[in-house]
Design a binder for this molecule. Sequence first.
Ligand SMILES: Nc1ncnc2c1ncn2[C@@H]1O[C@H](COP(=O)(O)OP(=O)(O)OP(=O)(O)O)[C@@H](O)[C@H]1O
Ligand SMILES: [Mg+2]
Length: 300
Amino acid sequence: MGNLECNGLTKVYEDHRKALENVTFTIETKGIFGLIGRNGAGKTTLIRILATELQPTAGTASINGFDVLKQENKLRETIAIVPQEARTIRWMTPKQTVSSYLLWRGYSYNEAKRLADESLAKFDLDQCANVLTSRLSGGTKRKVLIATVTASEADVIFLDEPTTGLDPISRHELWDILRTLGKDRFIFLTTHYLEEAEQLADKIGILKDGKLISIGTLPELRSSTRYQYSIKLPPNVHVPQLKDGELTVSASGYTQIMTNEDEAFSLAKTFAEQAVKFSIAPVTLDDIFFNLVGQKARDE
Ligand SMILES: Nc1ncnc2c1ncn2[C@@H]1O[C@H](COP(=O)(O)OP(=O)(O)OP(=O)(O)O)[C@@H](O)[C@H]1O
Ligand SMILES: [Mg+2]
């Protein structure tokens, strides 16, 4: 175990598009790290640089002491990646997919066979181990890809949007698997599902236009944002003038107040005295994301 370090990582593509700008952070390579950001924020670019698929224009990065540029071959032995666009090969079965990946990584035939069986069982894929992947559902194909890379003994696993397109039950099943994997590996994932990052990630990074604008545990992100509490109210409730807070009214009339702890509890007292129905809670990752990344009012 060690650290993942990025120092001034910058990537400018040939068309002069700046996809990453001076990204600097250090995190421990344990548990699950979730990277979030809008389309085009630079998540895939960062993952590809860390997985040695792409060279940065400037800056350095290392994982567990291996430099992504100077020691890329050594680093590659310790990492595995499921890219955003990864697809299973339609004329291969899950068992062939996993074992051929392991052979390609240098495992012996017997080891590859054993590890493939173990991994498919872990993902509950033993039933379809010998079925052509072209016959499997999209969610099952996704599981096969993750079972494939995690069958190797790589310490660091990059998953670029692993649950996009999965139904809610499959997503929760995959979360359980990832939680288990995160106990003895480091998982670096990207997601557009904020609830997923909130539920799964020990640490979360937020990219905006190529810049890392926030990083930390959920409580750390919460305390670094201006408002720590959120109150939600049904339509047509009179809200007193806020001393320090932000009020958003959705198209359907629901009101959200984001404010500091003192004001939130004082407002809650007022609403309770008026017998108004309301909810009060610490801000969610959703609130933090919209607050930091900026977005117009959301409809309930
Ligand atoms: N090969 C490339 N050549 C030129 N520009 C690119 C290339 N790949 C990505 N970009 C640009 O770099 C920026 C960051 O893209 P990237 O794919 O890293 O974002 P992302 O956060 O992964 O987005 P998404 O959530 O849509 O997957 C975007 O403006 C994108 O258009
Ligand atoms: Mg991407």
